[in-house]
Design a protein around this ligand. Structure first.
Ligand code: NAI
Ligand code: MG
Length: 353
């Protein structure tokens, strides 16, 4: 009997479209070889749709996606549409409606690629950022007041709930048990005197439940420096929404670059679909040139296959990516080559056999 998975594809804007096409090519080949089916339904939700209709997605967008087994997102955002409109009109509502409270961002140095950090090898550059994805600093609470007057001011509130903080920290400890057994928590309790001491308090409480896992906390500024100077001291890093967002771009940059970093927006209980995407955005500076690196999006597909329960196919795609990168013959400009997005996607699909 063949298993079929229904996937909602939202290619989005800019290079999100280019890399999604190539990732789907690879995933479809993997499905064919491993005898399961991926049934794609494509949605044109994007900044282009916004400029035509005034909305990134239809009003019942969340309901339309709820029945799918997974969501495969390219990237959204394009010049002409403010970034807060594209983000709050699509990505953030989906993450929240589907309780995708974990944003999992694994990074590692892939074969055939070099780190910007001189002399660091793959074993020293393997980590995962566990980013809180449903609350924290990314809150809609606040506002602009006394607009246009000399006394004009804005307020931007953060929200940290006990449930929200505890579930993300617990997720990080569980994950550490399957990896190195080490967790580092990003804090800033010296500057943010309400939210971060509360985060730290909950971290200490949960750490006590996991005596087998080594835990420590580090101010986020010092943690950023450590990521560059002593990346081997980090494995699982748990962070609030904003800190995790920033640290994961840094983590991607010190390993293979933004073109190589995947991410999953996970609803751990599986009540709702999870959503997989690259860490990078729509890269308007190279959009339409056919030179974006599709590897991050392909690896987002690997995370989706694992989540769907196809670990063998996931490992095969991962191996195909590693083989093509190690060969080095087909490489996009960010990897030092001259190949196109499509050539790299095709090479990875072919390496599956
Ligand atoms: P970006 O990640 O799109 O680009 C940053 C830099 O990295 C650019 O120079 C770009 O050319 C390069 N780059 C990124 N991905 C690459 C790839 N696959 N291959 C080769 N080079 C790559 O970040 P930026 O410029 O800050 O944002 C552009 C737009 O994307 C904005 O509208 C932003 O809001 C949106 N965005 C959307 C995200 C999402 O949909 N999840 C995440 C991050 C940004
Ligand atoms: Mg980001």
């Amino acid at each position: 009997m063949t298993d079929y998975y229904s996937i909602a594809a939202i290619p989005g804007d800019g290079i999100g479209v280019d890399v999604s096409v190539e990732a789907r090519k690879v995933l479809d080949r993997a499905a064919e070889l491993h005898e399961f089916g991926l049934q794609w339904t494509e949605f044109d939700w994007s900044c282009e749709r916004y400029t035509q209709t005034g909305a990134m997605m239809p009003e019942d967008g969340v309901d339309q996606l709820a029945k799918f087994d997974g969501i495969f997102l390219g990237a959204v955002g394009f010049p002409g549409v403010p970034d807060h409109v594209s983000l709050w009109g699509l990505l953030i509502p989906l993450r929240r409606a589907f309780a995708q409270y974990v944003n999992l961002r694994p990074v590692r140095l892939l074969p055939g690629t070099r780190s910007v950090l001189e002399g660091r090898d793959a074993a020293e550059l393997e980590m995962v950022i566990v980013r809180e994805n449903s609350e924290g600093e990314y809150s809609a609470i606040g506002g602009r007041h006394n607009t246009g007057q000399a006394s004009e001011f804005v307020l931007q509130e953060s929200v940290f709930t006990r449930v929200g903080v505890q579930r993300i920290i617990r997720y990080a400890f569980e994950l550490a048990r399957t990896r190195s057994g080490r967790v580092c928590s990003a804090t800033k309790s010296n500057g943010l005197i309400h939210s971060m001491p509360y985060w730290d308090e909950n971290f200490a409480e949960i750490a006590a439940e996991y005596p087998d896992v080594q835990s420590e906390q580090c101010h986020v500024d010092a943690l950023a420096a450590r990521m560059v100077q002593q990346p081997d001291r980090l494995d699982v890093v748990v962070a609030s929404n904003l800190f995790g967002d920033i640290l994961s771009d840094l983590a991607a940059a010190v390993t293979g670059g933004l073109g190589m970093a995947p991410s999953g927006n996970i609803n751990p209980p599986g009540e709702y679909p999870s959503m997989f995407e690259a860490v990078h955005g729509s890269a308007p500076d190279i959009a339409g040139q056919g030179i974006a690196n599709p590897v991050a999006q392909v690896l987002a597909g690997v995370m989706m296959l694992e989540h769907l329960g196809e670990p063998v196919a996931a490992r095969a795609v991962n191996a195909a990516v590693e083989k093509v990168l190690a060969d080095g013959e087909v490489a996009t400009p960010d990897l030092g080559g001259k190949s196109t997005t499509a050539e790299l996607g095709t090479a990875i699909a072919a390496a599956l056999g």
